[in-house]
Design a protein around this ligand. Structure first.
Ligand SMILES: [Zn+2]
Length: 263
C-alpha cells in the first residue's frame, strides 16, 4: 500500500492491515556512472518496498531521498543536504509517520552511502522517549539466496555495476544507456588511499579517492533477468523481516522500560 495512493478514508484500514508497519525507503540523487539515471537508488528502494509489501502488507512511505551523499557533490545532478538537516528531517518524518498510527518504522536503505547514517539514526532514537520504534533491516546486498548469488559474473560490484544495472534494466529499461557503458577499467577502484585502506583506516574522502566518476564495477554483464531474480529474492527477504517486526513486542517494551529508568 503506497501512502500517497491511499485516500484519507482508506488510511486507517491500511494502518490496521499493515499492523502498524511503515516502510521508509531511503535513497539519494546521485550520479550512477555514465549509463544509469541519477534516481537509480530511488527507483530500486521504491520497487523493493512495493514488492515486499505485496507479500507482507505494509504502508510504503514515498521516496525519502534527502540523505547522505556529500561525496558526489563534484558531479552534476547530486543533491547533498546539510548533515544536521538530514537528521532533523528524518526524525520529523518518523514522528509524523507515528502520529498517523504507524508505530513500527522500517528503514529500507537503497543507498550504500547511508549505511553509517541509518545505524546512527537508529541509535539516537534513545535520546528521548517516543511512542514508536525504528527498525533497520541489514543491508540489502548481503545474504542473497544461493541462486541469486550464483548469477553474478563480476566480483567488484558496488555502484552502477552488474547488480544495479540489472535492477534498472528489470524495472526501468528505457532509462538505461547501455551504449554509454565504459569499455575500459573506469569502474575499477583507483586505490589512491590504499595505504590507509590496507590498515582499515577510514576517512571521509575514501569513496572519492577510489571512484571519482561514481562508477564501481562493470555493468556490461547486466541483464533484466538477473535484476528480476534479485528483486524477487530481496523482496522475499524484506517480507520476512516485516513479519518478524510485526511479531516483535519486546523492542517497544524494552524501549519504554529503558526510558522509565532514564533520569
Ligand atoms: Zn546506487
Amino acid at each position: 500500500m503506497r501512502w500517497e495512493e491511499l485516500t484519507g478514508d482508506q488510511f486507517p484500514e491500511a494502518v490496521r492491515q499493515s499492523e502498524q508497519v511503515c516502510l521508509l525507503p531511503l535513497s539519494c540523487l546521485e550520479r550512477h556512472g555514465h549509463h544509469l539515471p541519477i534516481g537509480t537508488d530511488m527507483f530500486i528502494g521504491r520497487e523493493l518496498c512495493h514488492r515486499a509489501a505485496l507479500l507482507e502488507p505494509a504502508v510504503v512511505f514515498p521516496d525519502f531521498f534527502f540523505t547522505q551523499i556529500l561525496e558526489a557533490r563534484h558531479v552534476p545532478g547530486t543533491v547533498g543536504i546539510e548533515p544536521e538537516l538530514i537528521i532533523r528531517l528524518l526524525e520529523n518524518t518518523c514522528r509524523e509517520i507515528a502520529r498517523n498510527g504507524l508505530t513500527k518504522i522500517v528503514i529500507v536503505n537503497a543507498h550504500g552511502g547511508n549505511d553509517a547514517l541509518i545505524h546512527y539514526f537508529a541509535q539516537i532514537q534513545l535520546a528521548s522517549r517516543r511512542d514508536y520504534v525504528v527498525y533497520v533491516p541489514q543491508p540489502s546486498y548481503q545474504a542473497e539466496e544461493p541462486a541469486t548469488a550464483a548469477q553474478w559474473e563480476t566480483v567488484i560490484d558496488d555502484h552502477a555495476g552488474e547488480r544495479e544495472t540489472s535492477m534498472i534494466l528489470a524495472i526501468r529499461p528505457e532509462l538505461v544507456r547501455l551504449e554509454s557503458l565504459p569499455q575500459d577499467s573506469e569502474g575499477m577502484p583507483l586505490g589512491r588511499l590504499k595505504p590507509l585502506g590496507d590498515q582499515n583506516i577510514y576517512t571521509g574522502i575514501w569513496w572519492y579517492a577510489d571512484n571519482p566518476t561514481h562508477y564501481n564495477g562493470d555493468g556490461r554483464p547486466a541483464t533484466a533477468k538477473k535484476g528480476e531474480t534479485w528483486f524477487a529474492d530481496r523482496s522475499r527477504a524484506l517480507a520476512t523481516a516485516i513479519r518478524t517486526i510485526k511479531d516483535d513486542k519486546d523492542g517497544r517494551r524494552l524501549q519504554d522500560e529503558f526510558f522509565g529508568k532514564t533520569i
